[in-house]
Design a protein around this ligand. Sequence first.
Ligand SMILES: [Zn+2]
Length: 470
Amino acid sequence: MTGVARGAGNGAVPAAGARTLYTAAWVLPVVTPPIQDGAVLVDGERIAWVGRADAAPVSPDATRVVALGNAVLLPGLVNAHTHLELTSLRGFLEGLDFRTWLRTLTSVRREVLSRQDLLDAARLGLVEALRHGITTVADTTDSAVSLTAMRELGVRGIGYVEVFGPDPAHRDDALALLQERVTALRAGDTALVRVGVSPHAPYTVSASLFAATADYARAEQLPMAVHIAESAAETAFVCTGTGPFADALRARGIAVAPQARSPIALLERTGVLAARPLLIHAIRADDEDLARIAAHGATIVHCPISNAKLGHGVAPLDRMLAHGIATGLGSDSVASNDRMHLLEEARQATLLHAIRAEAPDSLSAQAALALATQGGAAALGLSTSIGTVEVGKDADLAAFSLDGPDLQPVHDPAVTLVHALAGRAVAMLVTVAGRERVRDGIVTGADPAWADRAAAAGVRLREWRQRVPA
Ligand SMILES: [Zn+2]
């Protein structure tokens, strides 16, 4: 990437640096067709102009020009489901059944990983996100450290603070603790980073705690996210009061009974759907469920790789979209994915969709890329500010190089991004609200000490594994 500053401004125009013109072989606005030899003018935090580079309104004395060359410039990617604090668990929980996977994860988070470890993990997760062109994250978090990490690294996001409590007798205590934490954390909200709430899942949250948390979220206008309709074990727990989650709760003396015809129906009955949450996974949702989700204006994040890796199945993405539900893509944690690369989620979404439909391109690369940008923004309620390259939106942008014989020729940049670049490319440039967070593939503000400490945490995890085999 070459950047050429073209002189200082004067009183009549913004100061140099305030206006930057990015030119690239391709600009992909998502909301309109790709622009060959395109350009995007950024004025402060916002996009001021989009079009062909040769028509760009450059003020020679006030516009910095950054020529990205043979690259594609697109909206910053929206990762609508992460657990940044679990980055150190990459590759640590392989091959476990879902309940053992969850139990082991919970054990090491409490017994091995300190708050410093979790914060370093969240920071490194965001470095990985930025390197892969992700500018917005929707992070569910037990420790809330991801909110700190987002502010440090200048990434946009929502940190949904988790609440747990499967025993209805503990509802008031659980809610009070959540309220206390959220009240304190909310003081740190910024234009880019907001706190939300996440009642974790039906097997860790009682129906009465779901209802109380939904009331609280609605009253306080807090964003809410919930893991739902993910596994067969969860469906058995909700619908028939059976299976491994039911057995585990009964062993703790907690009564379990059938609760609803489906996990989504449980959310409707407890008032959660009415709070228009972000529904994480929604794999086991039938047409009636999806109609109820659509009727309430709730949204979904589709996590194709995590769903596949944990053996949970293929979510009915085609039906979600047919119901008009705002749907984004998420990586989930690297403990169930091993990567955080949203272009790869888009590629897997197209492949799984084609397998399910037994038809090629039933989810096109263009549609998958729209899910990773515009769809994620809509699912998070951020459509007015991000998700497309449009005049007036915040300048959240990502650029990937198209150099290299394995990427050429480019017939359609969306196809190249989703099917050829996915899973490996490092962004050459990333901006969030006009600020450059990645330049030449390097994340600004990252501290090498984070990785050193994370490596030490990895050693402690392996030592724990030797003491406590899976
Ligand atoms: Zn998750």
